[in-house]
Design a protein around this ligand. Structure first.
Ligand code: HEM
Length: 472
């Protein structure tokens, strides 16, 4: 096979090789990875990840190869390539094992971190508890908690509210009731728990980012505040361990008890005790920050766009005059479109990474074993190649009547392939019920300007404050 790479001035700039610039003299085309070592802008991936990913995409295209400190990184943003990567991952040609150690401290062998047989047994066991039908059992808890907060916000003394505080507390209350079957108020150390969760959310991206970019060899040079992180993880695990022990003695209707009682019909597999704790931690992390931040972005965006806000309000307020329930949600197509548009602009999980463990082919190119592959939903969701005026907040893009033929991986906030989000149906139910509960009671308006802050999830860089106007 003869490879033709155009002279150096075109493909290799600042350590990036854009595959779009590589030509071949024979079919199929193949790429030899260049051996470059660059400090900038790759290191900026740590400090300004999203802006750097967007810059790489805009400057070099859909499939870009970079190299830093011996680690080859492939940036993939075309939906067709993303789909192919997920398919190849399903066939075992790519794997996330390289992140195993960095994630293990927190996630252990829970779904977020496990692979192969452990993962598939656990996923089969847990999947039925998260089906669209199964999650409806939680509607009452969500509505009850959301209605209480909506009532308080509606009656805010001067009409000024801090949604960040309120939505955070609300999602935590809902989540604790669902996971543990008890109210946050009954947990004596809940302030400490909230503190340790914040610490973990701050530290985890540093742990993972340094692993992705530098690898374990060089990670020790990164200023890791790992003592604080480890102490926080230990605290959370001790708390969950105690809760699980209680449920083992006195099971209830909570999610942990359901996990304890689940068994795989065909194999009889039940969840081993050590995995129960890991899965509880996984759900704890995967299930809260993601929905909190999506809701905050939703109210921020709709709080600033009167036309969208009014249309959502009209849709929600034409629901039958009866207590809210999950079946009403099918009538909220515009509200759902606005929620999707929020997830497009601000996907809480903004990038995923995996690694080739065999040589693979991607489009016309050959990618060798050992390359770290970065899929960024944030980059794809903002790509001008896929979206008209991508920075504009326009829910109409997600209305069935307005949707042009769009590749399913042009928008993939819940991931894809084997590790797609198990909590998607729960998250959608929860977010739409919270939105409907709030908007039945008040309008929220804001004139603040917020930027993206990168944490374990993509969050607003300041609190979302604004005015509520009660609905009579
Ligand atoms: C807006 C809300 C949410 C978004 C955008 C979201 C996004 C994602 C994404 C992108 C992944 C794939 C991660 C990867 O491939 O490495 C994922 C996985 C996961 N999510 Fe979610 N998530 C949300 C809410 C939830 C909720 C509410 C739960 C639980 C109640 C949950 C539980 C999980 C778990 C356990 C995984 C790992 C699945 C596996 O690897 O098999 N997520 N989520």
């Amino acid at each position: 096979m003869v490879f033709g790479i155009e002279p150096l001035q075109s493909p290799i700039i600042n350590g990036f090789n854009t595959l779009a610039h590589v030509t071949s003299k024979t079919q199929p085309k193949k790429l030899s990875l260049p051996e470059h070592s660059v400090i900038l802008p790759m290191t900026q991936l740590i400090w300004r990840p999203l802006a750097t990913l967007a810059w790489i995409h805009q400057k070099y295209g859909d499939l870009v190869l970079g190299r830093l400190f011996g680690r080859k990184i492939l940036f993939v943003s075309a939906p067709e390539h993303i789909e192919h990567i997920f398919n190849l991952e399903g066939k075992g040609l790519l794997s996330r094992d390289f992140l195993y150690d960095a994630k293990r401290v927190l996630f252990g062998n829970g779904l977020v971190n496990s692979q192969s047989e452990v993962w598939s047994k656990q996923r089969r066991l847990m999947q039925p508890l998260f089906s669209k039908e199964a999650v409806k059992q939680y509607e009452l808890i969500i509505i009850e908690e959301a209605a209480a907060v909506a009532g308080n916000l509606k009656n805010a003394a001067d009409g000024q509210v801090n949604l960040t505080t309120e939505i955070k507390k609300l999602i935590q209350r809902i989540f604790i009731r669902i996971l543990l079957g008890k109210s946050v108020d009954s947990i004596s150390n809940s302030p400490e728990l909230i503190k340790v969760i914040e610490i973990i959310c701050q530290e985890l991206p540093v742990q993972l980012g340094s692993e992705i970019i530098f690898g374990s060899r060089l990670k020790r040079f990164i200023p890791l505040k790992s003592k604080r992180y480890h102490a926080a993880v230990d605290y959370l695990k001790a708390f969950l361990r105690q809760e699980i022990a209680e449920k083992q003695k006195h099971p209830g209707q909570d999610l942990i008890s359901l996990l304890i009682q689940s068994s795989d019909r065909s194999t009889g597999y039940t969840m081993p005790a050590e995995l129960l704790q890991d899965e509880a931690v996984n759900l704890f992390f995967a299930g809260q920050e993601t929905t909190i931040n999506t809701l905050l972005w939703f109210f921020y965006l709709t709080g600033k766009h009167a036309e969208v806000r009014n249309r959502i309000a009209a849709e929600i307020r034409q629901l039958p005059d009866e207590p809210l329930c999950a079946t009403h949600l099918s009538q909220l197509s515009y509200t759902k479109a606005a929620l999707n548009e929020t997830l497009r602009l601000y996907p809480p999980t903004s990038a995923l990474s995996t690694q080739t463990v065999h040589d693979i082919e991607l489009g016309d190119f050959g990618i060798p074993k050992g390359v770290t592959v970065l899929l960024s939903m944030h980059t794809t969701n903002h790509s001008p190649r896929l979206w008209d005026k991508p920075e504009e907040f326009n829910p109409n893009r997600f209305l069935e009547t307005a949707t042009p033929e769009r590749h399913k991986y042009a928008f993939f906030p819940f991931g894809g392939g084997l590790h797609n989000c198990i909590g998607k149906h729960f998250a959608e139910l929860e977010m739409l019920l919270v939105i409907a509960s709030f908007i039945r009671e008040f309008n929220f308006e804001t004139d603040i300007s917020v930027k993206e802050a990168f944490s374990i999830t993509l969050k607003p860089d300041r609190v979302i404050v604004g005015n509520v106007e009660p609905i009579d």
